[in-house]
Design a protein around this ligand. Sequence first.
Ligand SMILES: C[S@@+](CC[C@H](N)C(=O)[O-])C[C@H]1O[C@@H](n2cnc3c(N)ncnc32)[C@H](O)[C@@H]1O
Length: 233
Amino acid sequence: MIRRIVVWCSVGTGLLAWAACQQGANTAGEEGFDGQHRHRTSEEWERYMEALEDPDRSSWQKPQAVVKALALRPGERVADIGAGTGYFSVPIAKAVGPRGRVYGVDVSRQMIDYLSDRIHRDSIGNIVPILAPSNNPTLPANGVDTVLIVNTYHHLDGRASYLAHLDKALAPGGRIVIIDFVPRPREERGFGPPLGMQLSRETLDAELSQAGFAPAKVHDFLAEQFFVEYRRR
Ligand SMILES: C[S@@+](CC[C@H](N)C(=O)[O-])C[C@H]1O[C@@H](n2cnc3c(N)ncnc32)[C@H](O)[C@@H]1O
């Protein structure tokens, strides 16, 4: 089966870009395969991780402002779904402090290995890396206060069932926070997934509503992305 997938990569201008490719499918979780079932060479993995960690990304991703806006409490338990290299997991771990916990969930063994090495290298004691199947974050029931999903919601297959898993993982009063791209042609923006993979805010709200969640807070300082906090209705 041939599937359309994306890779986030650097382009000559220094901007980040999503390049669409056609590749053969295979089983997620196997050595060398990413969340979209695409085999990546070690050089491609390296480029993908470099792109996620590119210092230029902060100009539009504003990680410090995002973490501040989340107003995390010391001791809070956060699940970072599609944690990747830990671009958000690491500053969040700092924000929730030693009594807090970050579950860094990813389908990619390469990302989880990268995150685990980073945790070890920087002696970060409160991030738990989780190599999860693509249809289940395998989080503890009632064990999470905040679920954060950055640039990953549009990758999830079977989102209704995935959201039901997240609902079970959320403690009373918990929230699901989604940051993802406002639909716009990639050629205009210069980075981000292809238009066909981008979701409108209406779709996002409708899917979360089906799962029993309603928007509780909307942050509007990311020019290219939605940043919405959902809570149980
Ligand atoms: C574009 S990256 C974003 C990484 C990180 N959130 C960030 O903003 O830097 C998407 C990540 O989601 C992961 N991913 C894709 N599908 C997933 C799924 N079903 N469950 C968990 N992680 C997934 C990929 O392996 C990849 O690390």
